[in-house]
Design a protein around this ligand. Structure first.
Ligand code: HEM
Length: 162
C-alpha cells in the first residue's frame, strides 16, 4: 500500500469520516471578483494553484503529467468561476457540483487540507498583482475556502481529535 495514497475508507469497509460541523455555512464571494478577473485570469489563477499542488506534500493525489494536471486545474477553474460570482460553467460541463461526493475517492485528512490551503494561500497572495483579484475581496475568498474545505475532509489520521 502506498502510504501517501491509501485506499479511500469506503474501499477499506470503514465508515467515511464526516466533519461533525456538517455542511459549510459560509458567506458567498462577491461577484465583483468575477467581474474584475474574468475567465482568463481565473484560469491562470488555478493553473498557478495546481502547479503548486503538483509540487506539494499532497502531490500524489493529483495527476502526474502536466497536461492532466492542467485539465484538473481547468475543472476547478470552472467551479470557482461560479463561486466567484460568474456563470455556472462547472454545472453546464460536468453536472451537479456534489463537491464532497466528488472528493470521496481521495483520502483527505485535516493535514492534507492544510497542505491544500498553503498552496491556495500562496496563490492568493499573488492574485491582486498577477490575476487582477480585487484587493478588498481577498479576505472573502480566503474565508470561503477555509470554511468550505472543512467539508472535503473525509478521513482521520491517527491523533486527529474530531
Ligand atoms: C474550497 C474547497 C474545494 C473546492 C471548491 C474544490 C473543488 C474541486 C473541483 C471542482 C474538482 C473537480 C471535481 C471533478 O469534476 O471531478 C476538484 C477535484 C479535486 N480536489 Fe478539490 N476542492 C476543494 C478542496 C479540496 C481539498 C481540501 C483537497 C485535498 C486536500 C482537494 C483535492 C482534490 C483532488 C485530489 C481532486 C481531483 C483532481 C483530479 O482531477 O485528478 N480539494 N476539487
Amino acid at each position: 500500500m502506498n502510504i501517501h495514497n491509501p485506499l479511500p475508507s469506503h474501499e477499506r469497509n470503514e465508515p467515511i469520516y464526516t466533519p461533525p460541523t456538517g455542511p459549510p455555512q459560509t458567506d458567498g464571494i462577491p461577484s465583483a471578483v468575477y467581474e474584475a478577473m474574468g475567465e482568463a485570469n481565473i484560469i491562470a489563477f488555478f493553473h498557478a494553484f495546481y502547479y503548486r499542488l503538483g509540487d506539494s506534500p499532497i502531490a500524489d493525489m493529483f495527476p502526474k503529467s502536466e497536461k492532466n494536471l492542467m485539465r484538473a486545474a481547468d475543472k476547478s477553474a470552472d467551479m470557482f468561476t461560479f463561486l466567484f460570482g460568474g456563470p455556472h460553467l462547472y454545472q453546464r460541463k460536468h453536472g451537479q457540483p456534489m463537491m464532497r461526493a466528488r472528493h470521496i475517492p481521495f483520502v483527505i485528512t485535516e493535514q492534507a487540507r492544510q497542505s491544500w490551503l498553503v498552496c491556495y494561500r500562496e496563490t492568493l497572495d499573488e492574485a491582486v498583482e498577477k490575476f487582477s483579484m480585487p484587493a478588498e475581496h481577498v479576505d472573502a475568498v480566503w474565508k470561503f475556502v477555509t470554511a468550505f474545505s472543512v467539508w472535503m475532509v473525509n478521513a482521520q489520521a491517527p491523533g486527529d481529535t474530531q
